[in-house]
Design a binder for this molecule. Sequence first.
Ligand SMILES: *Cc1c(COP(=O)(O)O)cnc(C)c1O
Length: 355
Amino acid sequence: MSRPSLRPALAELPPYVPGARSPVGAAAFKLSSNENPYPPLPSVMAAIADAAVDVNRYPDMYATELAEALGEMLDVPAASIVPGCGSVAVLGHVLAAFCDAGDEVVLPWRSFEAYPIAITLVGAVGVRVPVGDDGRLDLPALAAAVTPRTRVVLVCTPNNPTGPAVRADELETFLDAVPEDVVVVLDEAYVEFVRDPLAPDGLAVLAARPNVVLLRTFSKAYGLAGLRVGYAVARPRLAAGIRVASTPFGVSHVAQLAALASLRARTELMTRVDAVVKERGRMLTALRDQGWTVPDSEANFVWLGLGDHATAFAERCARAGVLVRPFAGDGVRVSVGEPEATDLLLEVAAGHTPR
Ligand SMILES: *Cc1c(COP(=O)(O)O)cnc(C)c1O
């Protein structure tokens, strides 16, 4: 009997593992998905409710109003903005726009677990470059991994799940070394949480380098993870190509209006980001005081390089009422959320031999 065969490449991919969710009825702090711990603002909820009356219609396919508002905020033409159904989807469209089957995509590893999946699905070949023991990207090694087959290099800054951001000077050296016909994607999903004065200004980098594409999202700082809206920023010619590769009507009307309302409430939302950054500082300091070696974090999470103890530590956290994200054999990523959740995490960490 014959039957449809799945692409062999799929079998080699680990499935994307979502952060643990608490069982219905059980109270637990969810520090496993880098979500924003705050509920939506009343103004954003009102925009979502207002959008409901139009859901029998298709949304504005190109999210025109949102692209214009983002263009204005970032001081780039609206034609440079490509919204999509979360920046993970936009990354897939970027790869689809630049990669043919067999082309190479250079990426840091360990980094965002969606990368290998997105690369494989477009038929490209991922070339992994190890992240340093300090959790920092090795930009010289990423540049050295570029070959004539390379079409795209992914630079996750701050790096998920380890936390550090790249520095402006090392990024410049890197970009000087990468051929101008290779696309460099700066994944800035956590850019609003960055406080390191040495970190790059992605928009200035984009202005100076026609081969750079920025990825940003409303999922983290803006607290709209459940509505799925992210975007690319690129030169209009590249943006037009990414738009061609995009899922039609990929951003729902509800998501478009919620994102617009969030931009209007930006000041208030960035105050919440400040609070998360402060809590991140408290978590990092307390862990280091306990003797842990923790990479600097410029994002809304911290990384514990627990190696073989990762899974057991995550289980201990879950029993204490905090869900964290283990990467078996490697480490545990803890999102920064409610101060009570930090306290619980610190209690578990205090009872474990520091790493
Ligand atoms: C969370 C995250 C994203 C954003 O994902 P969305 O699809 O926009 O929710 C993108 N890149 C990285 C590195 C992330 O951690």
